[in-house]
Write a protein that binds this ligand. Sequence first.
Ligand SMILES: NC(=O)C1=CN([C@@H]2O[C@H](COP(=O)(O)OP(=O)(O)OC[C@H]3O[C@@H](n4cnc5c(N)ncnc54)[C@H](O)[C@@H]3O)[C@@H](O)[C@H]2O)[C@H](O)CC1
Ligand SMILES: [K+]
Length: 243
Amino acid sequence: MPFKTVTSKLAAQLDRDLMGPEIGFTLEQLMELAGFSVAQAVLKEYPLAASTKTQVLVLAGPGNNGGDGLVCARHLKLFGFHPVVYYPKPNSKTPFFSRLVNQLKFFNIPVLNVDENWTQFLDSDSTVCVVDALFGFSFKPPVREPFGSILQQLHKVQDRLPIVSVDVPTGWDVDEGPVEPNSIIPKVLVSLTVPKPCASKIDSLETQHYVGGRFVPAEFAHKYKFEPFPYENADQVVKLSPN
Ligand SMILES: NC(=O)C1=CN([C@@H]2O[C@H](COP(=O)(O)OP(=O)(O)OC[C@H]3O[C@@H](n4cnc5c(N)ncnc54)[C@H](O)[C@@H]3O)[C@@H](O)[C@H]2O)[C@H](O)CC1
Ligand SMILES: [K+]
């Protein structure tokens, strides 16, 4: 399915618009729907009935992409998976993020800090996939530590352990795509609201492409020059390719 994209600059403006005084969404509302949609994409790609594996490693970054990952982990648990979250640089700008972490503890979901051994979950036979919620549309290469080392680890395992990237594959330039050598190639990309230009660089033979974050009416989509996506029923994601 051909799709329109919005640049990183326009995506940030779209977000500000949704959360501005006229429309009035809160970040919390949008993040809940974004994280929920990523969890749905994971369930669609890796149905629990098809495997005995249930563990999902969620890598959460310092910004809102990381917040989507924290929400996603909670929904994965409700769906029947066993998520483990690695959160090396917790967001301390707003108390909302520590509330998301408290909710994970309420759900008995382990949240590992920077010093804990997260790579054991890359080696574990029970891990279904890794959710890459490290960086989204505000990432500017080159990547700084500890995230560079995390990406190196992901690159090493990506042929045997699928990566599900939230909004943008981490390390990719949002507008240009995989500009760094050894960029990760996700098995699944879940674009949020509308794909960013880097999504047109994915190879549909390697990467399943979904769009999620179902929170804009048709008129708003048209304002940003894209068509609404053909979501079915109550689905929070729609597969764009291959279809
Ligand atoms: N409308 C929507 O679709 C919604 C999308 N959401 C998600 O929010 C992200 C964008 O979030 P933002 O906080 O603006 O940025 P990031 O998470 O991408 O990253 C910011 C974070 O990263 C640090 N950083 C930037 N570059 C580097 C680097 N080279 N090395 C290390 N660290 C870096 C920066 O300092 C910040 O701390 C979007 O993609 C969606 O996933 C929302 O959930 C709301 C709705
Ligand atoms: K990401």
